[in-house]
Write a protein that binds this ligand. Structure first.
Ligand code: AQP
Length: 346
């Protein structure tokens, strides 16, 4: 049986990069479930506070993140949906793993270096240590599958190493963690304003990202303004034409039926399939085609989000029930781990 775990930070409404890079795969996995599989999806507030957050905004963002997961099709009858901070075992296991994680290893994490290029003594411990919390998130459920974007590969490798008996023996009798982490080979979706950066919730440029709640006219405007280049024609060339190539990937992914990322964004497939249609297209007509495909994919999500937002009581109830189910599993793991290391109940 598979145990699938993944998380999203409550740092704003999820964008097209989150959706195409990770969240659509969460739904795909749920849709292809066998009866013995377990799906655990979390809104990870403890990760969000590794950078400064406004408490009022964070409260709103937490609810919006969980609402977004319901809106894209995560079904609380089939998947456990919860707020990470409601299950204390995450922090408890993170401390235990933190006592085993080598600092040198954390120092080499590229995601950390990107956030703090010039690490100083003012750097916050939580930001530095968050891959350890991420390892705890995964190991608390002994997850066998962790569908995340490719930017998370290094963190999954740390998780796998912290789970090996030679380092931690945590958790005991734990073997099914895959030798190579389950990262879809999806290329990241890039910022519409600066294709050298990934599309991100925290970029100050609102036109750099398409939100799952954007209207068709928002989408059209943002795609029209997307930075491309002035070369002739529409060709797929991620190195020399990153802006156009990003739009091509978006077009292809939004048109693809929901399916595994193993095939969804294959570059060669993307370029050959679209070549015929786009041969001779102008930049304006190309952008219009991209905007139409994005609107068609996101429209139903936006409508479902609006419906659920009017029913906050339901969303809170899903979170409460999810936290109880998650706690049942995570507390068993933490009990086993504490026994193992000599901290079991006397
Ligand atoms: N641009 C992207 N392309 C593909 N996948 C992406 N992910 C994030 N950005 C892209 C994947 O989305 C999942 C959830 O992301 P997260 O909420 O944990 O935050 P993040 O990775 O730090 O991404 P953001 O959206 O840019 O948030 P902020 O601005 O708050 O840091 C992850 O699986 C991630 O890989």
């Amino acid at each position: 049986p598979r145990t699938v775990f993944s998380g999203i930070q409550p740092t704003g409404i999820p964008h097209l990069g989150n959706y195409l890079g990770a969240l659509s795969n969460w739904v795909h996995l749920q849709e292809t479930a066998r009866s013995e599989d377990t799906f655990i999806y979390s809104v990870v507030g403890l990760h969000a506070i590794t950078v400064s957050q406004d408490p009022t905004k964070l409260r709103r963002d937490r609810l919006d993140a969980l609402t977004s997961l319901l809106a894209i099709g995560i079904d609380p009858k089939r998947s456990i949906l919860f707020f990470q901070e409601d299950v204390q075992e995450h922090t408890e296991l993170a401390w235990i793993l933190g006592c085993l994680a080598p600092i040198g290893r954390l120092n080499r994490m590229t995601a950390y270096k990107a956030t703090s290029p010039e690490a100083s003594s003012d750097e916050r411990l939580g930001l530095f240590a968050y891959p350890v919390l991420q390892a705890a998130d995964i190991l608390a459920y002994k997850a066998t599958h962790v569908p995340v974007g490719e930017d998370q590969r290094q963190h999954l490798e740390l998780t796998r190493d912290l789970a090996t008996p030679s380092i931690s023996n945590v958790p005991p009798k734990y073997s099914p963690f895959p030798k190579t982490p389950q990262v879809p080979p999806t290329k990241r979706i890039l910022s519409l304003r600066d294709p050298s950066q990934k599309m991100s919730k925290s970029s100050p440029h609102v036109n750099s990202r398409i939100l799952l709640t954007d209207t068709s006219s928002d989408i059209m405007l943002k795609i029209r303004k997307a930075i491309t280049d002035s070369n002739f024609g529409i060709t797929y060339d991620p190195i020399n034409r990153p802006g156009i190539s990003n739009l091509l990937r978006i077009l292809h992914a939004c048109r693809a039926p929901m399916r595994s990322h193993d095939t969804a964004l294959e570059e060669s497939e993307a370029s050959t399939r679209l070549d015929d249609e786009l041969h001779g297209a102008t930049m304006a007509s190309f952008k219009e085609a991209v905007a139409d495909a994005v609107s068609a994919r996101i429209g139903p999500i936006r409508e479902e989000f609006a419906r659920l937002r009017a029913d906050e009581g339901y969303v809170r109830q899903v979170a409460r029930e999810g936290a109880n189910k998650a706690k049942d599993i995570a507390s068993r793991t933490v009990r086993e781990v504490k026994e193992r290391i000599g901290l079991g109940q006397l």
